[in-house]
Write a protein that binds this ligand. Structure first.
Ligand code: HAM
Length: 423
């Protein structure tokens, strides 16, 4: 057996500081915004029965055909979730949560066996937002307002644009599908191998082909929007007029069909030019038939999933220092005896200033080294406990901005810091 150090699995990253802190920033921001819109947390397992994804995402999709991490055979076959919507709808059916107006969010890792590259990983984090029970087009507009608020709060709004399309009602799309298959069958000799394969299973995805040899076939294919029935037209018109009213800019992209089978009516992607090939930072749409497909009642639904890894890459690009909790104080401790006392002093400060960081020096090292650390931590106060302070239950507190220093009793420290803060 090789004695080489064990490495992480291909495509599955370790996320270290400061990148891990940007992760927290994205997730915290998204949580705050969706909570403000009345969405509540929901947790589903990472492992589900394989047939859930086959049925919900679709047998003919790239995700189900090529990208799933699957274990076991036939009835025992389990899969690491490649996306969150299927599991959320499965759980909502199982626990009777589909009724009334329900708004949920979840965050966690998803798994797809894709070719790894920058912005594309085999384990990645999605912030997933789903809403059940609302058929009206105003739901799509709410989902876009949530996006706009999150991107604005992260300072990324200028670099992310919305692309949107309608893939029509199920009935209209079925008619379109028939016309498309008829056309493509006539041109079967011009189809590449991939498209030949897709023709029977997932003909709409042929329109997504990046092969230049397919360009001519695609250009002359029937056009989806021409098959829209009244319901499809009315719904999409209302989405678009709602977006205009909400002042959310969008680009109509008639080629946008999405790689998962459960959508109807509105589909959308938020994209950026700043990340190269993996520019879609969030995607979603309406999926009114999904609950029924999974054995539940017919309940409308819509949602989206943000690619947290990709938003983090954007943040790393634009900002030098993340806006993490400010460091209030560095507690410098001289000598072993002072350590336990220091922990209590630090705790009192944290309780008085719950949103801030208080660091406690528990290593060895002299005063000079510890004050250097305090400086590096960019803290506003150094709190020093040496032997003399330990003896008379005091601390020395130094205002790092003004240089002002005072020795006070341990119990008076919080008031002294508050006094300094007000100056
Ligand atoms: P999706 O387009 O497959 O949709 O993924 C949503 C987002 O997850 C993508 O736009 C991207 O930001 C991120 N993502 C996907 N694959 C990777 C990867 N390999 N590495 C890094 N990031 C990735 C869904 O998953 C749907 N469940 C979205 C949805 C929710 N629709 C309705 N509700």
């Amino acid at each position: 057996m090789s004695k080489a150090n064990i490495q992480s699995v291909r495509g599955m990253r370790d996320v270290l500081p400061p990148t891990s802190q940007y992760f927290e920033q994205v997730i915290d921001t998204a949580k705050r915004v969706v909570t403000g819109h009345g969405y509540v947390p929901f947790v589903t397992p990472i492992l589900e029965e394989t047939r859930l994804f086959a049925r919900a995402v679709g047998e003919g999709t790239d995700v189900v055909e090529k990208e799933m991490f699957t274990f076991g055979e036939d009835d025992d076959s389990l899969t690491l979730r490649p996306e969150g919507t299927a599991g959320m709808v499965r759980a909502a059916i199982q626990h009777g949560q589909l009724f009334g107006t329900t708004r949920f969010w979840q965050v966690g890792p998803m798994f797809r066996r894709e070719r790894p590259q920058k912005g594309r990983y085999r384990q990645f984090v999605q912030f997933d937002v789903e809403s059940f029970g609302i058929a009206d087009a105003s739901l799509e507009v709410e989902l876009m307002l949530i996006h706009a608020d999150i991107f604005q709060a992260l300072g990324l709004a200028d670099d992310i644009k919305l692309e949107i399309n309608s893939i029509l009602s199920h009935a209209s799309r079925q008619q379109y599908r028939e016309a498309l298959v008829e056309y493509l069958t006539q041109r079967q000799d011009d189809l590449d191998e991939d498209s030949q394969r897709r023709l029977g299973k997932n003909p709409l995805r042929i329109l997504d082909s990046k092969n230049p040899a397919m360009r001519d076939v695609i250009a002359q294919a029937p056009v989806l929007s021409e098959f829209a029935d009244d319901e499809s037209k009315r719904h999409f018109d209302r989405v678009l007029s709602g977006l205009s009213l909400a002042k959310i800019d969008y680009t109509l992209n008639p080629k946008l069909v999405r790689g998962l089978d459960y959508y109807n009516h509105t589909v959308f992607e938020w994209t950026t030019n700043t990340l190269g090939a993996q520019g879609t930072v969030s995607a979603g749409g309406r999926y009114d038939g999904l609950a029924e497909t999974l054995g539940g009642q017919s309940v409308p639904g819509a949602g989206f999933a943000m690619g947290v890894d990709r938003l983090v890459l954007m943040l790393e690009h634009v900002s030098d220092t993340p806006k993490f909790s400010p460091t209030l104080a560095y507690v410098a401790l001289l000598g072993e005896e002072t350590k336990m006392t220091g922990l209590g002093v630090a705790r009192a400060l944290r309780q008085a200033f719950p949103d801030e960081v208080v660091l406690c020096h528990l290593h060895t090292g002299g005063m000079k080294k510890q004050l250097e650390k305090a400086n590096q931590a960019n803290c506003r106060y150094a709190v020093i406990i040496g032997e003399s302070e330990l003896e008379d239950d005091t601390v020395t507190v130094k205002n790092m901005r003004t240089g002002e220093q005072a020795q006070v009793s341990q119990t008076a420290l919080v008031d002294k810091v508050k006094e300094f803060e007000q100056k």
